[in-house]
Design a protein around this ligand. Structure first.
Ligand SMILES: C[S@@+](CC[C@H](N)C(=O)[O-])C[C@H]1O[C@@H](n2cnc3c(N)ncnc32)[C@H](O)[C@@H]1O
Length: 395
């Protein structure tokens, strides 16, 4: 713990930030208050407590994962009032004393309310965790990522603590004993793919949507050259087309083709008839849609190391019309200092699964410049800590 003077400072920082947030209801102020609150907790925690809590933190994820399996969150959310331990355990015929051990941890981390002794109620966290998107995110973290993390120290010791440079020779391949990527393994199992896209939708659930804050009309639609068969917007590796659907909903009268591209097996899951065309691609092969107004790529390049990212960008550059086509990359931009926990932990997730990475602004600029692009502008979202849009064009 720090001295009493430090505590006074931290407390007044927190009070100021919380007052500002109460007054303005602005996300910037909320995040400032959260940061101040975290610093205060760190100052109050002894190093022993801090280290122990970090060491046992996987158990928190484990208990949340088991709670999903035994329907704790959905049962509490659906109930009109508090629910007894006995009733909660009975849902999946679990042992009540086992269930209580799960609930004790959940109450401690604020995922349920302990209404009375062995009687529980839902809070905002419980309700959030009963949403299929939130469930998919947690399952992905636990079922797919945790086994990788547990082997990561061994893998990095063996590779001399180097950043993997080849996307097919990383931790995922080491643990799964394969040379294939997670994408090619996942595409062979439909339930995994459904889970992944529910996960992606879940991650997005509370994030600002780019079409709501990026000046789409001015930067894309206004300069569009409307000739026969012209492409307005190509969503490169766009999954099942959710971002283009949002674009279409927001700009229903925009002219020009909207095209979602991804691996052929991913596009099979799309309902046709929405006015969005599907174009199967391989990111490393020539880009089939030439001279479109904009090529949008969201959460794609963070899946790849720099060398593979350059190859992907190179294919796009060849298809783009200089002085007209725009490249819009929607990604997190890591702060050089004081990075928020979610992006810096997300960087490790990308490293573990794909040999990928989150990048700082200068890293993005270097990557794009080295591939023959010019950054026009880094557009920051209204809510700090969320992904930005990097607007670039052929240099
Ligand atoms: C993290 S997801 C992002 C999807 C979408 N842009 C979004 O934000 O929801 C990455 C996407 O890249 C696709 N992908 C991976 N390897 C690919 C390849 N070689 N060619 C084309 N798409 C690929 C995956 O199928 C997946 O849909």
């Amino acid at each position: 713990m720090n001295g009493p003077g430090d505590l006074d400072n931290l407390l007044s920082q927190l009070c100021r930030a919380a007052e500002n947030f109460k007054r303005d209801h602005n996300d910037l102020e909320r995040l400032a208050a959260l940061k101040a609150a975290r610093k205060l907790v760190q100052a109050l925690e002894t190093p022993q407590e801090g280290a122990l809590l970090t060491g046992v933190s996987p158990i928190q994820v484990l208990c949340v994962r088991i709670a999903i399996d035994i329907d704790i969150f959905t049962t509490l959310t659906k109930s009109n009032g508090p629910v007894s331990l006995k009733e909660l355990a009975a849902v999946k015929n679990a042992d009540p004393s086992f269930t209580e051990r799960v609930l004790r941890v959940l109450a401690g981390i604020g995922y349920v309310i302990e209404h009375e002794v062995r009687v529980y109620a839902a809070n905002a966290m419980t309700r959030y965790m009963s949403d299929p998107g939130a469930v998919a995110v947690l399952k992905f973290q636990f079922d797919v990522c945790m086994p990788l993390y547990s082997k990561a120290p061994e893998y990095f010791r063996e590779t001399g603590f180097q950043t993997p440079l080849e996307s097919n020779k990383g931790l995922f391949q080491y643990v799964e004993k394969t040379e294939e990527s997670i994408w090619s393994l996942m595409s062979k199992k439909h339930e995994d793919m459904d889970g992944f896209y529910t996960h992606m939708a879940g991650r997005r659930a509370n994030l600002p949507i780019w079409v709501d804050w990026f000046p789409v009309q001015e930067r894309i639609i206004d300069g569009f050259e409307d000739k026969d068969g012209s492409g307005l917007l190509v969503d490169v590796a766009g999954g099942r087309g959710h971002d283009l659907e949002r674009f279409r909903a927001k700009f229903p009268s925009a002219r020009g083709r909207l095209i979602v591209e991804d691996l052929p097996q991913v596009l099979e899951g799309i309902n046709s008839g929405s006015g969005i065309e599907c174009q199967p691609i391989d990111l490393f092969e020539p880009q089939p849609v030439q001279g479109a107004r904009a090529y949008y790529m969201k959460f794609v390049l963070h899946d790849w190391a720099d060398r593979q990212s350059q190859q992907i960008l190179q294919q796009l550059k060849v298809a783009m019309k200089k002085g007209y086509s725009k490249l819009l990359i929607e990604e997190v931009i890591l702060a050089d200092k004081d990075a928020e926990p979610i992006p810096s932990l997300g960087d490790w997730m990308m490293l573990a699964i794909h040999c990928g990475m989150e990048r700082t602004q200068s890293h993005w600029e270097g990557l794009l410049t080295s591939t023959g692009f010019r950054v026009v502008r880094f557009w920051n979202p209204p809510s700090p800590g969320q992904q930005s849009i990097i607007e670039a064009e052929v240099a």
